[in-house]
Design a protein around this ligand. Structure first.
Ligand code: GDP
Length: 535
């Protein structure tokens, strides 16, 4: 490799950080995102992400559906620069029904920020998304939000994270009071108190007042009781708590914890500063060529998400690609590993909320949006140079199942085409009965809204009116060893066998209990809640 390219790649990878926020709806993800962008100078007034959303014209019908319901279904990628770091924030849909999309986005993320409402602690959606991060071993940074409101004791929150998620915690800063008595946070590393000012509305970059711990004004500004509480708690966490260990953080075993209030823009800059220092840079990834470094000279990346019809006039689709190695250049021609075809990557896009801006270059850790002429499917690898493929993106266990009926036989072809395209795009998983006579597809989804979107889009885009017949299952398990393993165990009770779109057996259960029962009766059968990846 030319030394020029080598040093360019090293330098660019070094300054890249990539993360996704995982949280339960209402924890403050939109608010925190806005405040982070404020520091990046990407927007000048917080509130504009929301305002932009409100102003946005309905670019397609299903986005209209998104607007009618006031929820965010699709995710975008936000890029911004801060103090010479190049940050990619992979935004995930806020609505819990779309967690399947979020799972995939996490496959492209190097770090996750777990956002928690201080009053609520861990909530269901956060736990689920955490499981996905844990499976991938990605580093988790915790931001405990809404300290300006009464919440749970900080020590109790750390305990909950340790006990329930099995993560060691390291508080990077420590709150002084809470709710009406919230005075600020103590930065353990800088040994300084950052004072909270209630008057700050947080629409601009906060001007934080900082005091040394020994400063005489501390006593004036912080009530004695809170000051002694801080000292006691610090003594406790510094005495018995572990030291910050970045190796453990990078292995996803220890989470640095920050306290703050996104709405008032308090603690956000402190978070950003340490996050950039501690977060994992783009690292080597497993591929068919073995572990491959982000500074490998040839370009490669994989598709983690497809989004259709952002503009109905062009019926276009955007493929979101995570760059893994080398340098992406506009209009370059790459190889498509699955089909062996050459593809010219024209009209690359960088996505900022709904605005699309053309990009010229991208490096490992970046995400690019490409107009998809139909060749891309989720998990596909593209590359230049020597052939390589990344591990695909797994399908996660769906929880809702329904047979999709097409009452109009003359439209059978259209129906099949629509179902197959929506499946390729990853809008929904498709399964089939093992009974050849039952040809109607079974839609398998994580949330109800996903099913509704499929019906809506089949009608709008393919002109097909469909009927959904719910099935009484809530748990799906893939069988390790496939049909062969299944045949060995013989007849099974309280479960129904179907096949996924690749013809692999999947067992459906009415509830967890039935699934556990079967596991107990047939311990020789290995069941997975994630589909094995084929590449
Ligand atoms: P999302 O659903 O996670 O994107 O949450 P939003 O960012 O929309 O926030 C949900 C609600 O919590 C909104 O009413 C916010 O104004 C509010 N909120 C967010 N952060 C804070 C905070 O730090 N303090 C307080 N008091 N409210 C907050």
């Amino acid at each position: 490799m030319s030394t020029e390219l080598e040093s360019e790649l090293t330098q660019q990878v070094d300054r890249r950080r990539n993360f996704a926020i995982i949280s339960h709806p209402d924890a403050g993800k939109t608010t925190l995102t806005e405040k982070l962008l404020l520091y990046g100078g990407a927007i000048h007034e917080a509130g504009s992400v929301k305002a932009r959303r409100a102003q946005r014209k309905a670019t397609s019908d299903w986005m209209a559906m998104e607007q009618q319901r006031g929820i965010s279904i699709t995710s975008t990628v936000l890029q911004f620069e801060y103090q010479n770091s190049h940050i990619n924030l992979l935004d995930t849909p806020g609505h819990q029904d779309f967690s399947e999309d979020t799972y995939r986005t996490l496959a492209a993320a190097d770090n996750a920020v777990m956002l928690i409402d201080a009053a609520k602690g861990l909530e269901p959606q956060t736990r689920k998304l955490f499981e996905v991060c844990k499976m991938r071993g990605i580093p988790i940074f915790t931001f405990v939000n809404k300290l300006d409101r009464p919440g749970r004791e900080p020590l109790e929150l750390l305990d909950e994270i340790e006990q329930e998620l099995g993560l060691m915690t390291y508080a990077v800063n420590w709150p002084i009071g809470m709710g009406d008595r919230f005075k600020g946070v103590f930065d353990r590393n800088g040994r300084q108190i950052h004072l909270f000012e209630r008057s700050a509305h947080g629409s601009r970059e906060a001007l934080e007042n900082v005091l040394e711990l020994g400063d005489s004004r501390v006593e004036e500004l912080i009530e004695e009781e809170l000051y002694y509480q801080l000292k006691d708690e610090l003594e406790l966490i510094e005495g018995v708590g572990p030291e910050l260990d970045l190796d453990l953080v990078h292995q996803g075993k220890m989470t640095p914890v920050f306290f703050g209030s996104a709405m008032t823009n308090f603690g956000v800059e402190l978070f950003l500063k340490y996050f950039l220092e501690y977060a994992l840079k783009p690292t080597a990834r497993q591929s068919t060529l073995g572990e491959i470094s982000p500074t490998y000279p040839d370009f490669s990346g994989f598709v983690f998400k497809l989004q259709a019809n952002m503009d109905p006039k062009h019926r276009d689709r955007v493929a979101f690609i995570r760059v893994c190695t080398g340098k992406f250049e506009k209009d370059m021609t790459v190889n498509h590993a699955r089909t062996g075809k050459n593809v010219r990557l024209s009209r690359p896009q960088k996505l900022f909320a709904q605005e699309r801006e053309s990009i010229e270059y991208a490096y490992a850790g970046d995400v690019i949006g490409l107009n998809n002429p139909g060749v891309f499917a989720i998990g596909d690898t593209i590359y230049t140079g020597k052939k390589l493929e990344y591990e695909g993106i797994p399908y996660f266990s769906p929880e809702l199942f329904a047979v999709l009926r097409n009452p109009n036989p003359s439209k059978f072809k259209q129906f099949q085409k629509g179902v197959s395209e929506l499946r390729e795009e990853g809008a929904v998983q498709i399964m089939y009965s093992v009974d050849e006579a039952k040809r109607d597809p079974i839609l398998a989804a994580v949330g109800q809204l996903q099913l509704e979107v499929v019906q809506f889009r089949l009608l709008q885009e393919y002109g097909i009116e469909t009927r959904l017949e719910p099935l009484p299952y809530s748990v799906a398990r893939w069988v390790e060893g496939g049909w062969e393993a299944l045949e060995k165990v013989g007849r099974l009770f309280n479960t129904t066998t179907v096949k996924d779109s690749m013809g692999r057996p999947v067992l459906l259960f009415r509830n967890e209990w039935n699934c556990q029962q079967l596991q107990q009766d047939h311990s020789e059968l290995k069941l997975n809640n994630i589909a094995p990846v084929v590449s």
